[in-house]
Write a protein that binds this ligand. Sequence first.
Ligand code: FAD
Ligand code: NAD
Length: 463
Amino acid sequence: MVMGDLVIEVDVAVVGGGPGGYTAAFRCADLGLETVVVDAGTRLGGACLWEGCIPSKALLHVAAVLGEAERAKEFGVDFGAPRVSLDPLRKWKSERVVGKLARGLASVAKGKGVEVVGGTAVFEDSRSLRVEGDAPQKIRFKHAIVATGSLPAPLPGVSLTSERVMDSTAALELPDVPERLLVIGGGYIGLELGQAYAALGSKVTLVEMLDGLLPGLDHDLVQPLARRCEKLFVKIRLGTKVTSLREEGALIEARFSDGDTVVFERVLVAVGRRPVSAGLGLETTRVRPDARGVIAVDDRCRTADPAIYAVGDVTGEPMLAHRAMRQGVVAAEAIAGRPAAFDNIAVPAVVFTDPEVAWCGLTEPEAARAGRKVKVAKFQWAASGRAATLGRADGLTKLLADPDTGRVLGVGIVGPGAGELIAEGTLAVETAITIEDLAATIHTHPTLSETLMEAAETLLRGT
Ligand code: FAD
Ligand code: NAD
């Protein structure tokens, strides 16, 4: 690394230190490539660690504890009304959870010899970029990996700027527990953060412009979650848009497409995320993002420019941290000349609500759209011993298999712990296991994992 005149020369420059970027950088270093990460925040972790996966799951853990305490009344245990102190809660989330993981990432980077440069990276051509910030410098690279992630999408047609109108980043700061919270968007963030705020005591109204929560996902998986949300939220308005937001003193007045107006202390906008590729100087390279800002990549994460790779949210859907990480490994290995490819069949997805919803591989609506014949098994958790001991008969495990070969094509699970249980389904789909293998595999009793085996047995028996 040459640093004399503030020009760094490296094998690989990674732009963005989120899960895609840091995973790529660590793998590059393991493969003997001299690697630098440029991050606008001068830190590793990206949206996932600082304003996404981790803080949201910390808040959802608190929500789950509150939910369990409430449910305990069913079997005669009453803890009384919970008292939530926001300062210790924020401190625990930011310091004990996020801070600890951040220190861990920084020390791994140090151990591997990966330098983290703070500043905004802008490409000057296909071999160099400049870093704008407190200590401007230039980086010459043999290869670059763009891992600039995504940012919250604004609410179309509504221009109000107010600290009471939050995106997910602001909501995760937990400024207070508003008495009434309007959540706009019934996708991942709206449902996760809506439930977290509801558990803490907010009266939550959720608006979703399409006709169901988690639109497009298998209805069987969404239904138990929708039922729970109906209890937790004061109102769910489907097929509805917010047409205007107006500040009314310390309140926000929302007007809906059905003509209603309602006031709220705070609003959370969660209508999707957009890739970050503008302002990166990509016009000086051969990379051309599409109209939405997505950078197209092939199965080795190569862009249209032979020196530039891209990974993570900037490459489009699904915008999930574990996909970004897998792409990071693939890009690093491809640069090192190894035969790696992002040829995964199953990218699992989990909505960490109560109940959790998880799926991988083919879903029933996708099979229907593709006109693909599948065998489907649904195992209701009402028949699971473990679910009964947990007081959670509301779950469902669903299997999709190829009618000719018996190969497991897709798995969907809704219920507590679905996010952990889906790992077995993902392995089954990825390794082309058959329903016979799944049914013949001994699963510990009594566990929720048995529901996968039971679903497979249902298919074998043809019942
Ligand atoms: P990011 O994590 O977005 O990181 C990009 C980095 O690039 C940032 O640090 C940014 O500062 C930096 N950067 C951008 N432009 C430049 C530039 N020009 N120069 C230098 N640096 C730059 N996914 C899951 O799988 N599970 C979850 O539970 C989950 N929960 C989520 C909850 C919330 C509230 C949100 C918002 C997202 C959640 N996600 C979850 C999605 C997940 O956070 C993203 O998929 C993931 O962070 C994408 O990683 P990435 O590396 O592509 O980019
Ligand atoms: P999303 O795409 O999951 O959901 C957005 C929802 O908003 C959709 O249901 C959409 O129909 C609705 N919508 C769009 N415009 C609207 C409007 N004008 N009025 C009302 N509703 C509208 O997006 P998100 O919840 O913002 O999350 C962004 C992304 O972050 C997710 O797609 C996911 O990739 C990632 N994420 C993942 C997790 C996880 O893995 N558990 C958690 C949070 C976020």
